[in-house]
Design a protein around this ligand. Structure first.
Ligand code: TGC
Ligand code: FAD
Length: 390
């Protein structure tokens, strides 16, 4: 596997601060030194490389954009995005771990939790000593989470949870699950369900062809008694979980750039070295057309991600802006991964090369955090004022 060279065709580094470049390069080195040597085997064995968790904690990558008073790095949106980009250059499963921990578990505790909940969970989660997951999707409610059937019934000072969540990243290894459930009036609340609570189990879902180096689980609740002090007190309704998704989708938009960069880098190197018909593949017009397309689409996606980061920094990023970036950048990355796999020929279907692993991962990324179709409809609604979801 060749050393990663990156791509900065439009001198985008000129738009980054010294600190942002330092965070990006630190993450890049971590991925080259600690992730690349282990990721293929982890993927083949369908195992999440758990030994990386304390390392990403130590490097400040968990809840990186949350305040330092809770043990987090307090980074700005662009630096956080660059972390996601570089991690996904290694593998979408690792970026998923960091997205779920930071944006879907730590962020709601920070944004919707009590001070007591923040102090109890966030410092340990920032270090990677405590792991979180996010339970929204159910077997029969994916794109339409408002239809969820998981229920929370009030019983004195406690809540009794019944139901099931599915496709939950980190579920089996989580110490705390941020679980969304409806009360008896149909109002959605967030609950911190702790590992070991009676009636709570989190069996792993196996046999995935995608995101194999990532833990995916069911969450099952059978009369789980959760104290009211474990309910997130500062939000009610679907905007609670959807607000978390806006945070995570932001990082995913940057992550797509990283996966695409990995595939582009691999295939550029390969086509320059491999000869057919007496000359390097890179010397053929059709191959150059593909490479030109890759450079163009990656550069556009880098600009979208950076501009979104700046909008977020200025407090101007709307959820619909995030949808545009997630939709564009993941489709871009998936197209590039498929193109790269083709250009590697038969070698491209083996574990010797990474493009097919990225391609398979990106099929999940295309589906989770709002499918491509759902983000199309979100944008359609934004520009027309007419919802076309149902
Ligand atoms: P709708 O009526 O549009 O909205 C209900 C309330 O929520 C507000 N809202 C948002 N707030 C923050 N961020 C967003 N993105 C928001 N979108 C909507 C909205 O303003 C409203 O607030 P209020 O105050 O009026 O009550 O809701 P709807 O039922 O019509 O649904 C809209 C739709 C379809 C777009 C939404 O349900 C949706 O996004 N569906 C996709 C579901 C999804 O993305 N699930 C992801 C699960 S988590 C995951 O995949 C993790 S993978 C992680 C990994 O491994 O990396
Ligand atoms: P469906 O909603 O059934 O959609 C199936 C197809 O129909 C899609 O193509 C979709 O775009 C299309 N469709 C649906 N509605 C419409 C419509 N109105 N108009 C047009 N087309 C439509 N969820 C969590 O809560 N937490 C997690 O940590 C998590 N991690 C995940 C990890 C992995 C590896 C995967 C694969 C999924 C994960 N998910 C998680 C679940 C993910 O968010 C859902 O899979 C996703 O929201 C789509 O839901 P669904 O699979 O039920 O598909």
């Amino acid at each position: 596997m060749s050393a990663f060279r990156g791509l900065d065709y439009y001198h985008l580094d000129d738009l980054l601060s010294e600190d942002e470049i330092m965070v990006r390069d630190m993450t890049r080195d971590f991925v080259s030194d600690a992730v690349m040597p282990v990721i293929e085997e982890a993927y083949e064995n369908a195992e999440f490389p758990k030994h990386l968790i304390p390392m990403v904690g130590e490097l400040g990558m968990l809840g990186a954009n949350l305040p330092t008073e809770y043990g987090c790095a307090g980074l700005g949106p662009v630096a956080y995005g660059l972390i996601c980009q570089e991690l996904e250059r290694g593998d979408s499963g690792l970026r998923s771990f960091v997205s779920v921990q930071g944006s879907l578990a730590m962020w709601p505790i920070f944004a919707y939790g009590s001070e007591e909940q923040r102090k109890r969970w966030l410092p340990g989660m920032a270090k990677g000593e405590l792991i979180g997951c996010f339970g929204l999707t159910e077997p029969d409610h994916g794109s339409d989470p408002g239809g969820m059937i998981t229920r929370a019934r009030k019983d004195g000072g406690d809540w009794i949870l019944n139901g099931a969540k599915m496709w939950i990243t980190n579920g089996t290894i989580a110490d705390v699950a941020v679980v969304w459930a409806k009360d008896e009036e149909g109002v959605i609340h967030g609950f911190l369900v702790e590992k070991g609570m009676d009636g709570f189990s989190a069996p792993e879902q196996k046999r995935k062809f995608s995101l194999r180096a990532s833990v995916t689980s069911e969450l099952v609740f059978e009369d789980v008694r959760v104290p009211d002090s474990n309910r997130l007190p500062n939000v009610q309704g679907l905007k609670g979980p959807l607000g978390c998704l806006t945070q995570a989708r932001y990082g995913i938009a940057w992550g797509g750039v990283g996966a695409a960069l990995a595939c582009y880098d691999e295939v550029l190197h390969y086509t320059k070295g491999r000869e057919q018909f007496g000359k390097p593949l890179a010397g053929f017009q059709l191959i150059q057309a593909n490479l030109a397309e890759m450079v163009t689409e990656i550069t556009k996606a880098q600009l979208v991600a950076w501009r979104l980061g700046k909008l977020k920094e200025a407090g101007k990023a709307r959820p619909q802006h995030v949808s545009l970036a997630k939709r564009n950048n993941i489709k871009m990355a998936l197209d590039i991964a498929r193109m790269a796999r083709d250009m590697l020929g038969a070698n491209g279907v083996t574990a010797e090369y990474q493009s097919m692993r990225h391609m398979c991962n990106l099929e999940s990324v295309y589906t989770y955090e709002g499918t491509h179709n759902i983000h199309t409809l979100i944008l359609g609604q934004d520009v027309t004022g007419i919802a076309a979801f149902s």
